[in-house]
Design a protein around this ligand. Structure first.
Ligand code: ADP
Ligand code: MG
Length: 225
């Protein structure tokens, strides 16, 4: 814990563009699985929705790369809102737009800024969707992830370790949606029959946070002196 602090990855616009490219690839790879999770408790489109949104966002951002971290996230959010039909489009769109806005026009983001931006984004999701942890939604992965990130940073962890902790918390949070009864979104129409299935949105949130942790790890590889 109190070892020589490593410099940590540079979290700039290119970092978030790498995150987006990797996120689009992981969503593409996992789309069938996400849609399968959305079959018993939804309308079997979550994977297709996410794939359409992330593919469009990646294409637009690669064509005209935004210059600040905040703009990469905010514009990605805008593309998700305009291309994803389901509930997840506006929700993830809001998360990224709010996170982007919170970063302002910083050219490089500190771990604390990233935590605050993610927190602002997740608060935006809660506000827009009216859900809370325990309602069997993406918030069941997102909220514990931000808490784990925050806890790790407060303990003096670097960004890579803090994001690794966030990734694990998100995965655990997604798994923990299985026994829950849905209280928000389409799955809530099923009442008790929503119990026993993993929430697709919590699962995609865990994937996106996992890619963020990977991006940090890979950005630092070889970069430490
Ligand atoms: P739709 O439900 O419109 O078909 P998707 O299938 O793309 O949209 O996304 C479903 C996911 O969206 C759910 O698994 C859940 O995680 C998330 N979700 C739905 N409603 C809410 C809400 N009110 N708040 C937070 N997340 C929600
Ligand atoms: Mg759906």
């Amino acid at each position: 814990m109190s070892e020589e602090p490593s410099p940590g990855p540079v979290v700039d616009a290119a970092f978030f563009r790498r995150w987006l490219v990797a996120a689009a690839a992981v969503i593409d790879r996992e789309a069938d699985q996400l849609t399968e999770l959305d079959s018993p408790i939804g309308d079997a489109d979550h994977g297709a929705n996410m794939r359409r949104g992330f593919t469009a966002a990646r294409g637009a951002i690669e064509k005209e790369p935004p210059e600040t971290p905040g703009d990469v996230l905010a514009q990605t959010g805008r593309h998700l809102i305009s291309t994803v039909g389901g509930a997840s489009g506006p929700l993830y769109g809001t998360l990224l737009r709010k996170a982007g806005k919170a970063l302002g026009d910083s050219a490089q983001v500190t771990p604390e800024q990233l935590r605050d931006a993610l927190k602002a984004g997740v608060d935006g999701v809660a506000q827009l969707g009216g859900a809370a942890p325990g309602d069997k939604t993406m918030l069941d992965a997102l909220v514990p992830a931000v808490e784990a990130l925050s806890f790790a940073l407060d303990k003096g962890a670097g960004l890579i370790d803090a994001l690794a902790a966030a990734r694990i918390a998100a995965q655990e949070g997604a798994l923990a949606t299985v026994p829950l009864q849905a209280r928000k979104g389409r799955a809530s129409y099923l009442g008790e029959r929503s119990i026993g299935h993993q929430d697709p949105g919590a699962t995609s949130s865990a994937l996106l946070l996992g890619v963020l942790a990977d991006t940090a790890e890979q950005s630092a590889a070889g970069g430490t002196g």
